[in-house]
Design a protein around this ligand. Structure first.
Ligand code: FMN
Length: 234
């Protein structure tokens, strides 16, 4: 790889040290387990339809997934694990009849909740209890959150989509690191999923996410546009 030269400020000096460490061998990035996980993921179309994940395995995926960041620590998300044959049969016809819905061990309905600043004190209470954040700082988070989201429906919805997407991404890479395939899906009828699975009025079905052991035939990750086409320095 090309080593990146970073020469300014203490933070960039730390970054430069990390890059230097990483670049010590030709294929250093290939030996970094996290980067390997990211680079080896691809969207799985074919799943082992005989495979199942236990409730505990599904809980682990969501527990690790919810370590993703959210604005003001809102954690404005919810996950429905569609894994019984009966629930899969209800979901598949409203998800473009995609076979992966019934083949994958589980399909998560990744739900974003409209950002609601009044939830900030409750979300921060465990942070205060853990001794991470002093209690007197809670209003310093709640007040700007109110300024950002109160009476701002578009922003509330944007935040629902952002949070849910971060959560889904964390589940995707957790799954990959455990040897499981996954595919995020927008091929579904959002209104039908909303009513069929009893989502609340402030909940948005942001995407479906199939997860499970794969069977043969999946494509590897597709080539991406060159970095030069997608990166600007400012
Ligand atoms: C938001 C989103 C929606 C997607 N919807 C579907 C879908 O409904 N069905 C499907 O088979 N793949 C779906 N995909 C997978 C993409 O087609 C796939 O990620 C893309 O072709 C790149 O392939 P790769 O991830 O394997 O490199 C979706 C991906 C994203 C990020």
């Amino acid at each position: 790889m090309n080593c990146i030269s970073l020469t300014t400020g203490p933070a960039t000096r730390v970054a430069a040290e990390i890059f230097k460490e990483t670049a010590k061998s030709e294929n250093a990035f290939a030996t970094n387990a996290v980067i390997e996980t990211i680079l080896s993921r691809s969207a799985a179309k074919y799943y082992d339809a005989t495979a199942a994940l236990s409730d505990d395995q599904i809980r682990d995926l969501v527990r690790i997934g919810t370590s993703a960041p959210t604005s003001f620590h809102l954690q404005n998300w919810r996950f429905i694990a569609v894994r019984s044959p009966e629930a899969k049969a209800r979901l598949r016809p409203i998800a473009w009849n995609q076979p992966a819905i019934t083949d994958a061990a589980v399909t998560f309905i990744i739900i974003g909740q409209l950002a609601d600043a009044s939830t900030v004190p409750a979300r921060l209470a465990p942070v205060v209890e853990a001794g991470i954040m002093p209690a007197h700082l809670v209003p310093d988070w709640e007040i700007p959150a109110r300024g950002l989201y109160d009476d701002q429906p578009q922003r509330q919805r944007d935040e629902a989509v952002r949070s849910a997407t971060f959560g889904a991404a964390a589940i995707i890479y957790t799954a990959r690191s455990l040897g499981l395939g996954s595919t995020p899906m927008i091929g579904f009828d959002a209104e039908a999923v909303h009513s069929e699975f009893g989502l609340a009025e402030d909940e948005v079905p942001v995407m479906l996410l199939t997860v499970g052991p794969e069977r043969a035939g999946n494509w590897p990750q597709k080539p991406r546009m060159p970095v030069a086409d997608v990166l600007d320095f400012a």
